[in-house]
Design a protein around this ligand. Structure first.
Ligand code: SAM
Length: 238
């Protein structure tokens, strides 16, 4: 029901404005953290670096518009803006956005790129060349991901990039990592997804998966998919 969806979201939002903010700001930083958090920090950085490598290799970032949905502290938005892209970043947590703005100010000279706003990604509007949503699907239960992906799809002109924790669970992982996620039952609030389900939703919306990358460390698992508009080009007939 919609109420349940709101409740789920409120829990995530409250978490990332309190305990979660504190934990994840440190994980996504460079100060001292425990060994599990350090492992997650390195894994996440690998996901970000892989994506930046893909994008830089295309050599067309200058002035390309990006929407970074659920931008966190700006780990992707800031280097993307640095590389010349126009970045529109949003997050449901005010605290995460504040931190992202602070980091952007420290790193970049101009203050109007990225543009940061506090917003539920399902309320975003506008049109962007590329929409990116990294490590956010973990907060969405299976029955809510289609709506979410479809909405982001409607904002993307040419490309959609998602990452998610793939459903090949290991209980040890869930126990340790679960402690870093919100909710009364700590292990149930991190949602894993099957790649086939995600690909199916993307294909229904007219996308074709172009590049894929899996990052796994001890405690961090993230499957990234880049989808582009249209069906794959057929081999030309001889
Ligand atoms: N994408 C960032 C990155 O990779 O560095 C942050 C990932 S962090 C694990 C998840 C982020 O998603 C949090 O900052 C959280 O506040 C945000 N988030 C969760 N649900 C959201 C929603 N419905 N709309 C916008 N942001 C959301």
């Amino acid at each position: 029901s919609p109420e349940l969806a709101n409740d789920d979201k409120t829990i995530v939002q409250n978490y990332f404005n309190s305990t979660g903010f504190d934990r994840w700001r440190r994980i996504y930083g460079d100060g001292e953290v425990n060994s599990v958090q350090l492992d997650i920090r390195r894994g996440h950085q690998q996901t970000v670096d892989t994506l930046l490598d893909w994008l830089k290799a295309d050599n067309n970032l200058k002035d390309m518009t990006f929407c970074d949905a659920g931008c966190g502290v700006g780990s992707l938005s800031i280097p993307l803006a640095e590389a010349g892209a126009k970045v529109f970043s949003s997050d449901i947590s005010e605290k995460m956005v504040e931190e992202a703005q602070k980091r952007a100010k420290e790193t970049l000279n101009n203050s109007d790129n990225p543009v940061f706003i506090v917003q539920d990604l399902e309320k975003l509007s506008g049109s962007y060349h590329t929409v990116v949503c990294l490590d956010v699907l973990i907060h969405y239960p299976t029955d809510k991901i289609a709506t979410m992906i479809k909405h982001l799809s409607s904002l993307a002109e040419s490309r959609l990039i998602f990452s998610f924790a793939p459903k090949k669970p290991c209980l040890v992982l869930l126990k340790k990592v679960g402690e870093l996620f919100p909710g009364p039952s700590k292990t149930t609030r991190a949602y894993l997804h099957r790649q086939v389900d995600i690909v199916k939703i993307l294909e229904e919306e007219g996308w074709t998966v172009e590049r894929k990358a899996m990052t796994s460390t001890r405690f961090y698992f993230s499957q990234m998919l880049e989808a582009v508009k249209g069906v794959p080009a057929a081999e030309p007939e001889a």
